[in-house]
Design a protein around this ligand. Structure first.
Ligand SMILES: [Zn+2]
Length: 282
């Protein structure tokens, strides 16, 4: 028996390694990918419709997969010539999401005439956006802008308490809340570079942060014009599998004019753009 084991030690080890790999692959496949959330507070009653629109779990087409492969093999010599000469460490490109919690809350806040706070470095561009919108017949309404981690913590706790009051356990309540309310520290609103904007007719009609805003004249204007002022629609509909945030036509994010133009021209989210810059060693 001893000789048998000795002789087959290599084989046994080999089989054990194969089994281990199979086990790991199965575990990996079985791990569910995280579902998308809304960056902003949910819209009461109407949020279920939005949730139904979530296409995040859609598998990637073979074309998309080969595109990913091509991206992986991209070397420095493939750096696009027109790539802006910027760095991922630039304040305008601060990436905050579930995988990248904020390192430092915005310290350069200013209070806007409407009482909301934003990073003072983007104030002039935002005012210019509002002026241009007004000239085009759209009265913009800010619903939310800078939110501190502490404020988000309170929003989260209140939301969890709401579910617990409905009879859910603490664990269930947290799970339900996590489907909608961003985990404190991971909201882009902590940067002071993001605003939630709708327009007066939409707001006066009793509507709020709802996907259907994109189909209103004000929503369309926002979509087509924010880039000129250095903003992007941060969570586009067709990029939900990358941002892991549902489509939010109201959430605009400052990245600077040059970056906004490049991102839109190349159809890149901030996640993708930062990746392109990293590959180019920026
Ligand atoms: Zn937002």
């Amino acid at each position: 028996m001893k000789t048998f084991i000795k002789r087959n030690k290599k084989n046994i080890l080999g089989i054990a390694s194969i089994l281990m790999v199979i086990f790991m692959v199965i575990t990996f496949i079985k791990t569910p990918s995280p579902s998308n959330v809304y960056e902003d507070e949910p819209v009461e009653d109407k949020s279920t419709g939005l949730k139904a629109d979530n296409e995040a779990s859609k598998p990637k087409s073979s074309k998309e997969q080969s595109k990913d492969k091509a991206k992986d093999t991209q070397s420095k010599k493939d750096v696009p010539k027109d790539l802006p000469n910027v760095k991922t460490s630039d304040w305008q490109l601060d990436l905050v999401n579930a995988e990248h919690p904020i390192r430092e809350e915005c310290k350069t806040l200013t209070v806007m005439p409407n009482g909301f706070e934003i990073d003072k470095r983007i104030a002039q561009d935002y005012y210019a956006l509002e002026n241009e919108a007004r000239k085009a017949g759209h009265q913009m309404v800010v619903v939310s802008s800078f939110r501190s981690v502490a404020q988000q913590e309170k929003v989260k706790q209140d939301d969890i308490a709401k579910y617990m009051a409905q009879g859910f356990s603490a664990k269930e309540s947290k799970q339900k809340s996590d489907e909608y309310v961003t985990v404190p520290g991971t909201s882009e609103h902590h940067t002071g570079l993001a605003l939630d904007v709708i327009d007066a007719p939409w707001s006066d009609g009793g509507n709020g942060l709802e996907e259907a805003f994109y189909n209103t004249p004000g929503g369309k204007w926002l979509d087509e014009n924010v880039e000129k002022f250095g903003f992007v629609i941060r969570y586009p509909k067709h990029k939900e599998d990358i941002t892991h945030i549902n489509y939010e036509p109201w959430h605009i994010r400052y990245v600077g004019k040059e970056n906004a133009k490049y991102m839109n021209d190349k159809d890149l989210t901030l996640e993708e753009y930062v990746e392109v810059l990293k590959e180019a060693k920026k």
